[in-house]
Write a protein that binds this ligand. Structure first.
Ligand SMILES: Cc1cc2nc3c(=O)[nH]c(=O)nc-3n(C[C@H](O)[C@H](O)[C@H](O)COP(=O)(O)O)c2cc1C
Length: 241
């Protein structure tokens, strides 16, 4: 059990001392894949973007652009992507590579654990390609969230600007969590940039990086994924224990 000052960060007994409201929000956020249909007002999204833009960026170039979709606009996008996924998914490919072709062992193991936990939680056997595909399709309906964001970046920018963009995306998700909402970052949208471009009038120089679903989580939704311990990724030098 977690003590009164601790926030549960996983379905296991894992706890972390959340010592500030920011800690609490960071540990409360999770990739939500089941939203209820409670509306999120435009004003709330404007506030989220208002604070998220304080993300740092090299030389303050602020390399992000966001398309905010709700109502009929979101429904149009979902319908087009669902159709493409159904009829010609193999003709579409992302403009960037998210994963290394050969994941080093440590990351491969984590990806395998992700698969076990994720599909296990849904009662889907990992060998059941059909059931996995039915789950993947839910990405394109933004998992039922009332608001979907499509995030783009200028293709002329370099890797450093992608770091900046990641910070912005995280800020969006934390600002959402701070308002009792949840989110899911989704690289799955990048694959369908040829469909999204005309639908959203995305200029040629912008690359579709990801989507973000935003809304109120459905009752059962919770964090599934554990994290490596600090001593597995941090090397301390010159600090007393
Ligand atoms: C840039 C990025 C892209 C992601 N793309 C997807 C996606 O397309 N679909 C999905 O269901 N989850 C996606 N995720 C969510 C990850 O699977 C999730 O963050 C990870 O498993 C850790 O879980 P947690 O965020 O709940 O702690 C993405 C996460 C990031 C950071």
């Amino acid at each position: 059990m977690c003590g009164p000052e601790e926030a549960v960060i996983g379905p296991s007994e894992e706890c972390v001392a959340a010592q500030s409201p920011v800690d609490e929000i960071m540990t409360r956020r999770f990739a939500c894949r089941d939203f209820c249909d409670a509306p999120v007002p435009r004003r709330t999204i404007e506030q989220i973007l208002h604070v998220a833009r304080f993300a740092p960026s090299g030389a303050n170039i602020q390399p992000w652009h966001v398309y905010v979709l709700g109502g009929a606009a979101k429904a149009r996008v979902s319908a087009a992507l669902l159709d493409a996924h159904e009829t010609c998914r193999d003709e579409h490919v992302s403009e960037y590579k998210y994963y290394a072709s050969e994941l080093p062992d440590r990351y491969l193991k984590r990806r395998q654990e992700f698969g076990r936990l994720f599909y296990g939680s849904l009662g889907i056997h990992q060998a059941d390609a059909e059931a996995r595909s039915r789950q993947t399709v839910k990405n394109y309906t933004f998992f039922g969230a009332p608001v979907g964001l499509i995030v783009t970046i200028d293709r002329r920018l370099e890797a450093g600007s992608w770091l900046d963009l990641g910070m912005f995306v995280q800020n969006v998700m934390l600002a959402a969590a701070g308002r009792g909402l949840q989110s899911c970052p989704q690289e799955t949208f990048s694959k369908y940039h040829r469909i999204l471009r005309p639908l959203l009038s995305i200029p040629e120089e912008q690359m579709v990086v990801c989507g973000i679903s935003v809304g109120k989580p459905a009752g059962q939704a919770q964090r599934l994924m554990p994290r490596a311990n600090v001593d597995e990724f941090a090397t301390f030098l010159g600090l007393d224990a």
